[in-house]
Design a protein around this ligand. Sequence first.
Ligand code: GLA
Length: 731
Amino acid sequence: MADLITFDAKTQVFHLHNQQISYIFAIEDGGVLGHLYFGQAVAGYHGERHYPRKDRGFAGNLPVAEPERGFSLDTLPQEISSRGEADFRIPAFVIRQADGAQASRFVYASHRIVPGKPKLPGLPAAYVESPDEAATLIVTVVDQPSRLQADLYYTIYRDRAVIACSVCFRNPADQPAVTLEQAASVQLDFPASDYRVLSLPGAHANERHLQKEVVGYGIKQFASTRGTTSHQMNNFIALTAPDADEFHGDVYGVDLVYSGNHALTVEKDQIDQVRVVAGINPAGFTWELAGGAEFQTPEALLVYSHQGLNAMSQTYHRLIRERVVRGRYRDQERPILVNNWEATYFDFNEAKLRPIVDAAKKLGIEMFVLDDGWFGHRDDDTTSLGDWVVDSHKFPLGLKHFADYVHNQGLKFGLWVEPEMISKDSDLYRAHPDYLLAVPGRAPSPSRFQYVLDLSREDVRANIAGQLSDLLDQGYIDYIKWDMNRHLSDIYSHALPAARQGEVLHRYTLGLYALLEELTTKYPDVLWEGCSGGGGRIDTGFAYYMPQSWTSDNTDAISRLGIQYGTSLVYPPNTFTAHVSVSPNEQTGRSTSLATRGNVAMSAVFGYELDLTKLTKTEQKQVAAQVAAYKQIRPLIQFGHFLRLESGNDYAWMFVSADQNEALLFTFHLLNNGQPAFHIVKMAGLNPTKQYEDTATHTVYGGDELMHMGLYQPLQRQDFTTHQYHFKAIN
Ligand code: GLA
C-alpha cells in the first residue's frame, strides 16, 4: 500500500500516487486539512507547494491564543470547508448544531490506510475485485466543540488516473441530534489560474450537449432539483486549462455516483483560486443526525488527464465498464434488439406484434422488447401505472404465450416497466392512495398524467418488488427496460415526521437503490436497461445497477451525433443504447439514409425501433447487412477504446482494440454546400509502426499515415452522409 499512499509524519503530508497521478494534502496549522495538489504524478513531495502565508484584508484567522494574520481559512485551499468560521467561500458541508448555530470546523484527529476500497452501505460506488487493485486513506476529522466526526475517504487505484472520494459523518452516541444541511461528497480547491468549466446540459430529447464556459468570479452551479439526475443537467463537470482540447491540456473531471438531486458548484475567489464542491444538492435537503447515527455521502470520482478530454473519457470509460457496472452482462456482448415503441406506440396486440418478431428473426436481430402498453388497460398514457399485470385484451393467452413465441423464433424477450410511478386510474392507487408523494392538504401535480410512488417507504418498495418478482419468477423475461417518465414534485412522505421532510428526496434515491439492489441480485441473468424519458437518468450511480441505458427519446441520427458525443464524455459506448428508427424521423421530421442511421446507432449498443414489416426488399437487405456487420464489430464497439476526433459540421469518432490491431472509424458530414472544401480526417490511438489494411478496399496504410496525414473524405452531393472504415493490422 505504501506504493500508493504515504504519510510523512515530519511534514504531516499525505500523498496518494500511482504512475499517472498524485493527490497531495497536509495537516496545516490548527489541524486544518490543507489541499496541496492534484495532477500529473510526482515521485515525492518536498514542500514545493506549501501554502504561502499572507495577510489579506478582512480575512478571519484561527481563534487561537496568538492568531496568525497570514493564515486564514478564507484563502487556504482545503479538503473540507465549513460555514460559520471565517471561510466565506462555498462550504462542503453545513451543520445546524443542537444550539441552532451553523458554526463548525473539522480538524485532523487520526487516519488509517486500508488495502482495497471499502463498500459504501446502500450506495452505488466504484469497486475493486482484489484488495491489491487500490488503497484507501481514511482521515478522521472532528469538530471539537460538538465532537461530531467525519471520515474522509480517498481511494487511489493502482493503474487508473482516478481518486474516489466520499465522506461519512458521525455523531457520537452521547451527543444531541444535529442537522446536516449540506453534505458534499468532495471539495476540490485549485490554485489561482485561468480555467474553463465543461458541463453537460440538455433537455428531454436533447440530452448532454457539451457546454464550455470561462470560470469567472462568483459562483456557478450545475444542478438538478428534479429528484433525479435529469435531462437538464448531468452530474458531471470538468475544469480544464483554457486551451485544453480532445488531445491536449490539463483536464480535471468530477463525476458523482448518484441518481438524485445533485449540485456541482464552482467558485472563483478574490485571488483567482477556484473551489469545486460536488454532492447532494443542498436545496431542499436536511438530514437529522441523532446521537450514534452516521450519514454516508455518495461517491465522487475525480479524474485527471494532462492529455485532454479523450484521455479523461477513457479513464472514466474503463472504470465504469470494468469497476462500476456489475453482473453477468458486464463483460458480455449486448444483444441487438428491436423495440416496438416507435413501431406501434400503444396500438398493438399479440397478433400485430408476431410479424415484427418474424421479421426480426429473418434479419438476424437477437431480442424483441415489448415496450409501454402491455399491462392494465393502458391504451394511452393516462392509466394503469402501478398494475404490473398483463392486459388480457392485448394478450388473450397471457404474456408468457407471446414470450414463448418470441423464444421459439430464437430471440430473447424483453419487457418495459415503469415501477416508480402510479396512475390515479390503477388498482394500486385505489388500494393505496397514500403511496404517492403528495403534501397533505395540497393536490399533487400530475406530469404525463402520472404521480411518483414514495420509494422512501419500505412498504411501497415491497409492493413493487412483489409485483415485479411475480413477473420475473416466471422465468421468461430476459431483459427489463426500467423507465421513469416524470420528475419529482410534491415532496412529502407520510413515513417521516414534519422536521424530517428534508430527507425525503435522498431517502427516495436510497429506496430506489435498495429496490434495484434487491431485484438485480435476485435476477442476475436479466439484462437491465435504464431509461428516463430517454436519457434523463444516465449517471454513474445508475450504471452500477443497469449495464446499459436508453440515451435519448430523440432517435434522429443527426441529433444523436451531438447527444452521443456529449454522453461519451463520461460514459462508455457499451453503457448507452442507440436505435435505427424511421425516416423522416418521428421527433425531428428529418430524413436521413439508412446508412447514416445505421452508423450512428452502431456506435453504441445497437438496435432498431421501427416496424420491420414495413421495410422494402432493399431496406431488408441493408438491415440484414447492418446486423451482420455489427455482430462482427461488436467486441470492438462494446469493449474497445473510444476516441472522439471532431464535431461540428463534420463528426468523426473511432474505436481501437486494446492491442491496437483493429480500428473502426466513423465519419459523418452534415450539411453540404456548392463548393465544398476537401475534408481530411486524422485518426488517433493507432500504433504508428503498424500497417493497417482497410478491410473493404484492401488498401494498406501505416498507422503513422492514418494519424498524421489522415484520409480525404469522399464528396457526395447530399446532406447527412457517412462512412465507416474498418482497419486491421497486418504486421
Ligand atoms: C419513455 C421512453 C421511451 C418509451 C416511452 C413509453 O419516453 O424513453 O423509449 O419507452 O417512455 O411510454
